[in-house]
Design a protein around this ligand. Structure first.
Ligand code: PLP
Length: 724
């Protein structure tokens, strides 16, 4: 689809010099984010200019804009480069058809029946900053895998012009947040024209004003993503920034965003002529998508109760939070104003309308997005086995207090997109040892063969990835110092003294207090002995953002940051700024041990430990989320739930004990060739378990079989709705 050129509103028109004819397809390749998980495409862009590629944090559009034309001319005459180019282009054109995919083979009768996937954020690639963390990255991995498998998904989200935020840590350790502005010229998005030359595609009325929404399209392999944008001159100045920032502003802003996402998203799909056969709301932020569909049916003359039933039958809802307070909820008066009388369209009164979001535990004054999603979805799931148990218990009141086992909520344990998160050299090693099918297999016998990988090769690859991490951390710090954004007193804490020979622990995640980033500092003397042990030292790399409004989280971050500057730790505790997908890649591939210490049972699933495990980085974690299923005794370490305590005293003691008695000795136990044979075995088990069970392939196959296909086909099982 071509876009109307209405600069300067549409600076997406790239200014790069024309590409040599032989390589003309590079521009096309850069426009579909599938390049980010195709090895040929990735190495193609890297080969253009490795230094530039790293500095631009792997943004191919930007790369093609700034690379010297003479360089491209030279590459056009390079047979190795051209062969790789041809392979990547062939693959891209094969991506246009879904004929030979898993989904086409498994559900031939469902071809062409679209599934709409709504989420408030999508983490596809670092160069498209419209995500904040785990939920978005999971949604991104879901889309990539749907593309790989040929699941006919279309995604709907929001184009945050100011993204989440860029993080900078002050000398005193306090996090400063600045807008991460979307650079339209280097993001692969295209605006879709509205009717009669209008910029907006759809309009949503809320709080007494019409809000016109422009829709941008982004292509993720076979999956189109439609992103909503309210920043148009046609809109009231107060409404223009409504969709510009992710998870910011107060509840009033959030409510408007969610209304626009749900209602605007459905209308956008209709305007584009897309008629989904099933609808998936990833987290309660998207609940209004179902409300809008009820309204549509009622307008067509379907009675309200029947409309609710039909919407339920076609809807899937995935919940991600194990605590009621973590779920979005709004004051009913606000929702009533926001919804602008849609109940009239539905032929019901306001009270009946508001009951969709009624949660018995929150009371009548609150509109609860999870309750609304539950009422309007027939198929509901949590994101790990353990989270399923917690969710059924937590949702009992929505089914009149029936026993938890009878609450109709299932679980699909999260998984991660293998080709996105596993490092190239690890994939090459598996290519050599497991044959061509390993990337598409959940077969335990195949993954068992990981245990026979060559120790020396695996260790060599791991060492290389570790060196890469430390080199890039040093370069980043050097650049920040040179640019004056980092002071000299901060350099050591930024990781410039990290030593590739030392056992390196990674801890990177959102600084929410329940994740307990500072737990390892509970006994500073004991930790100091571990870290500065002359023969068997340990170093720790931290990264992660605290939500801008989360002051307790920022305080935890600050306390961790102080330790990076504490001379007792001799430069062995580092904090690397601006955690995002780029840094996440480096860390999960380049540290030795992944540490995760959530307060049980507050981690619904967690996914970063899966990413680490795919790279042979074992996890040490409390038994929560996916680790309750993933820990097999030989693929990492676990802090037992009965040890975990509110105060964290026992948890910390157990952590030290595991590090002192198991992790450190195993890592430093070397044979005559300097190989840590026992550690390598743990690494292999980590790869085996994650590769077999915790990929997004397994996850999306489960969604397709147990959620999408039955929603589309309409099974004959009795419905089991919650209280009305
Ligand atoms: C994977 C990922 C997360 C989620 O990690 P958790 O284990 O759930 O904490 C968050 N942020 C980024 C950038 C990620 O890549």
């Amino acid at each position: 689809m071509t876009a109307p050129v209405d600069a300067p509103e549409a600076p997406f028109v790239t200014e790069s010099a024309p590409l040599p004819g032989r390589l003309a397809g590079l521009a096309l390749l850069a426009q579909n984010l599938a390049w980010s998980w195709n090895r040929d495409a990735r190495s193609l862009f890297r080969a253009i200019d490795e230094t530039l590629w790293a500095r631009l944090r792997h943004n191919p559009i930007h790369l093609l804009q700034v690379v010297e034309p003479t360089r491209l001319e030279a590459l056009a005459g390079d047979p190795v480069f051209c062969a790789r180019y041809d392979r990547a282009m062939q693959w891209l054109s094969a991506e246009r058809s879904d004929e030979h995919t898993w989904y086409a083979r498994t559900f031939p009768e469902l071809r062409g029946r679209t599934v709409a996937y709504f989420c408030a954020e999508f983490g596809i690639h670092n160069s498209v900053p419209i995500y904040s963390g785990g939920l978005g990255v999971l949604a991104g991995d879901h889309l990539k895998t749907a593309s790989d498998l040929g699941v006919p998904l279309v995604a709907v989200g929001i184009l945050y012009r100011n993204g989440y935020f860029d993080q900078h840590i002050r000398v005193d350790g306090w996090q400063e947040d600045s807008d991460a502005r979307l650079d339209f010229s280097s993001v692969p998005i295209t605006p879709l024209p509205g009717r009669d030359g209008a910029r907006h595609l759809v309009t949503v009325t809320t709080f007494g004003r019409d809000i016109h929404i422009r829709v941008w399209k982004m292509q993720v392999g076979r999956v189109p993503v439609y992103l909503l944008d309210s920043d148009l001159e046609e809109n009231h100045p107060d409404d223009r920034p409504l969709l510009s920032k992710l998870y910011s502003g107060g509840p009033a802003m959030r409510l408007r965003q969610e209304w626009l996402l749900g209602v605007g998203g459905v209308r956008a799909l209709r305007a584009l002529g897309i008629e989904p056969a099933a609808w998936h709301a990833n987290e309660g932020h998207a609940a209004f998508m179902m409300v809008e569909r009820v309204r549509e049916l009622c307008v067509e003359g379907v009675p309200y109760t029947e409309a609710v039933k039909r919407v339920r039958n076609g809807s899937v809802f995935t919940t991600h939070t194990p605590v009621p307070a973590g779920h979005d909820h709004f004051a009913v008066q606000e929702v009533q104003q926001c919804a602008e009388g849609v109940w009239n369209d539905m032929g019901i009164d306001a009270e009946t309308f508001l009951r969709i979001g009624y949660h018995p535990e929150s009371g009548a004054g609150i509109y609860h997005m999870t309750a609304a999603s539950v009422r309007l979805s027939r198929r509901i799931n949590a994101v790990s086995r353990r989270h399923g148990i917690v969710t059924r218990e937590m949702s009992r009141s929505l089914w009149r207090g029936r026993p938890a086992e009878q609450v109709p909520v299932g679980h699909v344990t999260n998984g991660v997109h293998l080709a996105t998160w596993m490092a190239n050299p690890v994939m090459q090693l598996l290519d050599e040892h497991l044959g061509p099918a390993w990337g598409h297999s959940n077969d335990p016998a195949l993954w068992e063969q990981v245990l026979t990988l060559d120790d020396e090769q695996l260790w060599f690859i791991h060492q290389r990835l570790k060196h890469t991490l430390m080199r890039l951390v040093r370069e980043e710090a050097r650049r920040a110092f040179a640019n004056g954004v980092m002071e000299s007193t901060q350099l050591v804490g930024a990781g410039t003294l990290l030593d590739p020979n030392v056992l390196t622990i990674g801890f990177a995640r959102r600084f929410a207090t329940y994740k307990r980033a500072n737990l390892i500092f509970r006994d500073v003397d004991r930790l100091q002995q571990l870290v500065t042990n002359a023969a068997r030292p340990v170093q720790i790399v931290f990264a992660g953002k605290a939500h801008p409004a989360d002051n307790p989280g920022k305080q935890v971050l600050q306390s961790v940051y102080h330790f990076t500057r504490d001379p007792r730790f001799e430069g062995r505790v580092a904090f690397v700024e601006d955690y995002g997908m780029h840094l996440a890649h480096l860390l999960v591939q380049g540290v030795d041990l992944w540490m995760n210490l959530p307060r049980v049972p507050l981690e619904a699933s967690g996914t970063s430990g899966m990413k680490a495990a795919l790279n042979g980085v074992p996890q040490l974690s409390t038994i929560d989320g996916w680790w309750e299923e993933g820990y097999e005794g030989n693929n990492g370490w676990a802090i037992e739930p009965e040890v975990d305590d509110d105060a964290g005293v026992n948890t910390a003691n157990r952590l030290y004990q595991l590090l002192e008695q198991e992790v450190v000795p195993r890592f430093y136990d070397r044979d005559k060739n300097e190989l840590p044979r026992r550690w390598l075995l743990t690494m292999k088990h980590a790869i085996r378990v994650a590769g077999q069970q915790f990929t997004a392939r397994r996850m999306v196959e489960q969604y397709a079989r147990a959620y999408y296909a039955p929603s589309i086909l309409g099974d004959s099982l009795p419905d089991d709705p919650p209280i009305a």
